[in-house]
Ligand binder design. Structure first.
Ligand code: NAI
Length: 245
């Protein structure tokens, strides 16, 4: 095990984050899953154990900037640096812009974008020292194309894309890459709540006429985290059945 390849996944307690935890564990990484939900983390740990992998878990609300910074710095200290950071935790608080409350805007930006900034800043320090790092953020087609009802969410996801491109420019010479994966519609708890009519309408916009799976997203993340992706930085890899061309 190469300690420089310690991988941290925010929102690793369920859904896409959990699939990413598994994909990185299968690559041989030592993975730490961070989530606000102890229950979700316990399930991730248990399911990973059933596959023969030990996943470390940390219960944390990533909007607590000081605690998030301290946790990442502690992990870097303990394991000789952070190799891979996946900013995956994200929420939606949808509504048309004319009806969107300030609080709904701020909360989405706080979790989806600000916490990713805090985590990247904390992880980048050890990555620069080790001259190796993979910063991967889960954006969305909503951040690439815009999506009615998601002014807050699409702003947060477009923000992740801009921030990753900047970090790619700042840290490229230190061997650190920064990329985004932009999922389209993925079968998950987040999309399960959509009315059937919305799901059917969405499929007409997808050239492949179906939703993706959490593993489709996790496989793209695992690729960007791998040595094979070492010359790819500042990119947005859409995993969306062709939706955002
Ligand atoms: P999910 O809601 O199933 O899982 C998100 C996880 O993040 C949960 O375990 C939750 O407890 C955790 N989390 C939420 N707030 C947190 C906080 N403050 N601190 C720590 N952990 C927190 O979401 P899903 O569907 O797996 O999405 C993962 C990422 O993929 C998100 O960033 C989402 O925006 C993005 N995405 C999802 C798509 C989809 O179709 N499901 C499409 C495009 C992007």
């Amino acid at each position: 095990m190469d300690d420089k390849r310690l991988a941290i996944v925010t929102g690793g307690g369920r859904g896409i984050g959990r699939a990413i935890v598994f994909a990185l564990a299968r690559q041989g990484r030592r993975v730490v899953a961070i989530d606000i939900s102890q229950k979700n983390l316990d399930e991730t740990k248990e399911l990973a154990a059933q596959e023969g992998y030990e996943v470390l878990t940390e219960v944390l609300d990533i909007t607590d900037s000081a605690a998030l910074t301290a946790l990442i710095e502690d992990l870097a200290e303990k394991f000789g640096g952070v190799g891979i950071l996946v900013n995956n935790a994200g929420i939606t608080r949808d509504g048309l812009i004319v009806a969107m409350e300030d609080e709904a805007f701020d909360k989405v930006i706080e979790i989806n974008l600000r916490a990713a900034f805090i985590a990247m800043r904390a992880a980048a320090k050890s990555m620069m020292r080790n001259r190796f790092g993979r910063l991967i953020s889960i954006a969305s087609v909503s951040g690439v194309m815009g999506n009615a009802g998601q002014a807050n969410y699409s702003a947060s996801k477009a923000g992740l894309i801009g921030m990753s491109k900047t970090v790619a420019r700042e840290l490229g010479k230190r061997g650190v890459t920064a990329n985004c994966v932009a999922p389209g519609f993925i079968v998950s708890d987040m999309t399960d709540v959509l009315p059937d009519a919305v799901k059917e309408a969405a499929k007409t916009m997808i050239p492949m006429r179906k939703f993706g799976s959490i593993d489709d997203v996790a496989n793209a993340v695992a690729f960007l985290a791998s040595d094979e992706a070492g010359y790819i930085t500042g990119q947005v890899l859409c995993v969306d059945g062709g939706m955002a061309m």
